[in-house]
Design a binder for this molecule. Structure first.
Ligand SMILES: C[S@@+](CC[C@H](N)C(=O)[O-])C[C@H]1O[C@@H](n2cnc3c(N)ncnc32)[C@H](O)[C@@H]1O
Length: 267
């Protein structure tokens, strides 16, 4: 009979493409924090590539990986994730695509497809730490589309803002908020040329797909980790036709995959 009295629930390790590590101890309580702090110098000496070490507190016994309370123990608060020519500064608790090599290919392909379309403005809905927005914005801060990223996680928005500032991309901005609410509340004359959506497994849902269908937006780039919700969302947007699509093996050795498609308004 499990007694559930242990303190360590999970150890979450993120390795950057440069081999640097973010190590997160998911604990039942803050009781071991003083001990981890005490042994931190030894841990850092044994793992010279460790850059960020934190404790995440998850008191409840439930089927989630992490809780809301995070205590960063190192001076460095973010892990630099260098993908293609974009550096993203990842804070603990921010979503990052599961497979970094494939994520780099995904963002590069998105940029490739979009460059030809040369949109003046774009929204990156469900922007996370800003992978799509930062790639679409391009290397020159004065060129490329004006991009607005919308994301519910405050930590992810803070990560994205840091990366944007670091790259001096003044035509990119990130806001914390609900993607559907943002679209529904936007003045009609502020609709962009392109909308990128990269939602969680549930997809974008009836409200946002209905809004896109009724909008005059010319292109939608939809990156999905669940082909079932993607198909449902696409069925609700018959005014768009897929002009490009590619499957990415984001979750090797599982039945899951990422699929990205570029949709173009008919007519
Ligand atoms: C599949 S991840 C994609 C993140 C990002 N596009 C990337 O490439 O890393 C989905 C993101 O949607 C965010 N999210 C979930 N529900 C949301 C909502 N209603 N509005 C905006 N963002 C949401 C999650 O926090 C998560 O960061």
């Amino acid at each position: 009979m499990p007694r559930r009295t242990g303190e360590l629930k999970h150890l979450i390790v993120t390795e950057s493409p440069d081999g640097e590590l973010m190590i997160r101890f998911v604990l039942r309580s803050t009781e071991p924090v003083a001990r981890i702090r005490k042994h931190l110098p030894t841990l850092l000496a044994d793992l010279p590539n460790a850059r960020v070490v934190s404790v995440n507190v998850l008191p409840e016994h439930k089927a989630v990986l992490e809780g809301e309370h995070e205590i960063v123990l190192t001076e460095q608060q973010t892990l630099a994730m260098r993908l293609n020519d974009v550096t993203m500064h990842l804070r603990p608790q921010s979503f990052f695509q599961t497979n970094t090599t494939i994520a780099a290919a995904l963002y590069a392909e998105a940029r490739d497809w979009i460059t030809d379309l040369a949109p003046a403005s774009a929204w990156d809905l469900y922007s996370g730490v800003g992978g799509f927005a930062l790639h679409l914005a391009g290397g020159d801060p004065d060129e490329g589309p004006a991009v607005t990223g919308i994301e519910t996680s405050v930590e992810a928005v803070a990560s994205a803002e840091l990366s944007r500032t670091d790259a001096a991309l003044h035509r990119v901005r990130f806001e914390s908020g609900d993607a559907t609410r943002f679209a529904l509340d936007a003045p009609a004359d502020e609709a962009p040329d392109l909308v990128v959506v990269n939602p969680p497994r549930r997809g974008i849902g009836a409200e946002l797909s209905g809004w896109l269908e009724a909008s005059g937006i010319r292109h939608v780039l939809y990156s999905s980790c669940n082909a079932v919700s993607l198909a449902k969302d696409l069925a609700a947007m018959p005014s768009y036709r897929p002009v490009r699509a590619r499957v990415f093996d984001m979750f090797p050795q599982t039945p899951h995959f990422e699929v990205m498609t570029l949709l173009e308004r008919r007519g």
